[in-house]
Design a protein around this ligand. Structure first.
Ligand code: GLN
Length: 605
């Protein structure tokens, strides 16, 4: 096993996760089997209880692990499936050491950070690195370890010490350290400043870690004289200093690394240069270039609670982008704060309310993503109603499905106070109810989490066709509430169709409105399994519907038994002239920022 450690210097938010994922992809392109571990030096056991507004979305894995969003980048770039143990936190390490202490495993000794915590970190890394993640048997060849935070943080000290010992233990030729740092340009002098990087490399060395490569983030390409200066002061050879300047979309980073021969420097450090092939990145690079050339827009209104930080819905944005690229459309996202659509806002701040409505109405499609808590729920219900009544393609994810059912019960069944017991525990018409296996007293890891099976209960529905007419699918879940099975007959009689259920037939997983061009709600989160070049089936259906291509797509998929995700392949034949829904000028903003990688005009993949 070979290890590549990626650390960060100077500031956070440099795009370290994307850099580490790109390094992994580059090594994969050399025909190596790559896995990855993310270390988050915070005390939370996992990301499940952390606010998406502060930390970005909580990514959910097949095994139900609620982890840092960087694991999503790894899964998407490397097309692998990770486990909860691939996300190490201080909380997990301390918990394992304290559990051992209570069991009596250290009887007689004083339990200390060094060696007990540092040993626990090292054996965790060794154990998890060996887990196969690409569907093949046997251990991967290379493990990319990303250390969260910035060199010098108090929190990461035990990890740095452990990794220093680890590099020594696995020996030269098996360990490569890449330090991602910032080279800012100050307006006053207009010259790239190397001092912050010098300081952070000095910090790294003082703690026993020696960088093999420097990956320097900057707005423009670094001159050779800047690289020479860095080389001299940081004791890293010139050819091992890579300039990672801003690009139009993050899919370009792997080729940026390859052009500067970063793979050669890494492979040399890992003693692999003579045994692997040259990186084959043609397909990936072509996709990155194609993405830049898209010009015909598709506008999606994202109606959520955390619209101030687009990272809160990172995987949804990525899934929309994968689908848009497959449909040859340039993705534009109208961020709509759900509560701004409500009547209460219309009274208090009419301008805000008007702007939100204009933004919603300007969109070709509406997405209501997952969410918790009652703020903005009424606004989300209004958005689902608007999409339903105006034949606008709609995808409701988890809470987005639940609120679509609430709207239907209120508007069509005329059950005015229909609600979820999450928001109105005493409602007379509980169309969404608490699930027995959940917990209301313990919030950490007590939801219905991870990969669960959905069986299709109809074959002529859009979702089954989009998934390639399979009898069942596996998608990832994260919820405590579900559609009340007692109200299903009533809702179905009124025209809603529950087309996907769990094995018991009691748990509603997919709902559709057959009379609508595209109105789909899912209790699971299909966004977590979407991949560049392999868009998630239901996102593809949404964007195809929003761009007048759904009929073509459904005809194509009839009779096909393909994996739903692969439907996106072969989409290049789609005409770019179909456009059923007319765009109205509205409040338009571009999708998510990945650290500081892209400029504001860029697409974010
Ligand atoms: N709050 C809802 C539930 O717990 C929806 C969760 C979600 O959207 N992920 O069921």
């Amino acid at each position: 096993m070979k290890y590549v450690l990626v650390t960060g210097g100077v500031v956070s938010g440099l795009g370290k996760g994307v850099t580490a994922s790109s390094i992994g992809l580059l090594l994969q392109a050399c025909d190596l089997r790559v896995t990855s571990i993310k270390i988050d030096p915070y005390l939370n056991t996992d990301a499940g209880t952390m606010s998406p507004f502060e930390h970005g979305e909580v990514f959910v894995l097949d095994d139900g692990g609620e982890v840092d969003l960087d694991l999503g980048n790894y899964e998407r770039f490397l097309d692998i499936k990770l486990t909860r143990d691939h996300n190490i936190t201080t909380g997990k390490i301390y918990q394992s050491v304290i559990d051992k202490e209570r069991r009596g495993d250290y009887l007689g000794s004083t339990v200390q950070v060094v060696p007990h915590i540092t040993d626990a970190i090292q054996s965790w890394i060794k154990r998890v690195a060996a887990i196969p993640v690409d569907g093949k048997e046997g251990s991967p060849d290379v493990c990319v370890i990303e250390l969260g935070g910035t060199i010098g943080d108090i929190e990461s000290m035990p990890f740095i010490e452990a990794l220093g010992q680890f590099s020594y233990r696995v020996g030269a030729g098996n360990f490569c350290l890449i330090h991602v740092s910032l080279v800012p340009v100050l307006n006053v002098v207009g010259e790239p400043k190397t001092k912050p990087t010098q300081h952070s490399v000095r910090g790294l060395r003082s703690m026993g870690l020696v960088p093999n490569l420097l990956a320097c983030r900057s707005t423009t390409e670094l001159d050779v004289n800047v690289k020479e200066k860095l080389s001299r002061f940081c004791h890293v050879s010139l050819q091992n200093i890579v300039s990672l300047y801003d690009v139009t979309n993050i899919w370009h980073i792997p080729s940026l690394l390859r052009e500067q021969k970063a793979h050669e420097a890494i492979l040399k450090a890992l003693d692999l240069l003579s045994v692997v092939r040259k990186p084959a990145l043609e397909e990936w690079t072509a996709m990155a270039q194609r993405c830049d050339m898209l010009h015909e827009p598709v506008r999606v209104a994202m109606v959520g609670k955390y619209t101030g930080l687009s990272d809160s819905y990172l995987s949804v944005v990525k899934a929309l982008l994968h689908a848009s690229v497959a449909c040859r459309r340039k993705l534009l996202i109208n961020w709509v704060s759900a509560s701004d659509l409500e009547d209460a806002t219309a009274l208090k701040s009419p301008d805000v309310n008007r702007a939100a409505w204009n933004s919603l109405k300007a969109a070709d499609a509406v997405v209501v993503p997952g969410g918790f808590g009652d703020r903005g729920v009424e606004g989300k219900i209004i958005a689902a109603k608007y999409a339903r009544e105006n034949n606008i393609p709609y995808l409701g994810i988890c809470l987005g499905m639940q609120i679509a059912v609430i709207d239907y019960a209120r508007s069509v069944l005329d059950l005015q106070n229909a609600n979820s017991t999450e928001f109105d525990p005493k409602t007379e018409n509980p169309c969404v109810i608490f699930m027995p296996e959940g917990s209301k007293t313990h919030m950490g890891g007590t939801m219905r989490l991870g990969s669960r099976r959905t069986y299709f209960h109809a074959t002529d529905c859009k979702s089954a066709q989009l998934y390639g007419n399979q009898s069942f699918i596996d998608e990832r879940h994260r919820h405590r509430y579900e559609v009340n099975p007692n109200m299903v007959p009533q809702l179905e009689k009124a025209g809603l169709s529950f087309t996907g259920k769990d094995e018991s037939g009691q748990r509603m997983q997919i709902v559709e409105l057959p009379s609508h061009p595209y109105f789909v709600g899912v209790q699971f989160h299909p966004e977590f399994k979407s991949r560049p070049g392999k868009p998630s089936a239901l996102f593809l259906g949404l964007i195809a519907a929003a761009s007048g291509q759904l009929d073509w797509l459904l005809k194509k998929s009839v009779g096909s038994k393909a994996n739903g995700c692969s439907i996106g392949k072969g989409m290049s034949g789609l005409s770019s002239t179909h456009h059923r829904y007319v765009n109205v000028n509205g409040n338009v903003s571009v999708g998510s920022f990945d650290g500081m990688y892209s400029n504001s005009n860029g697409l974010h993949v």
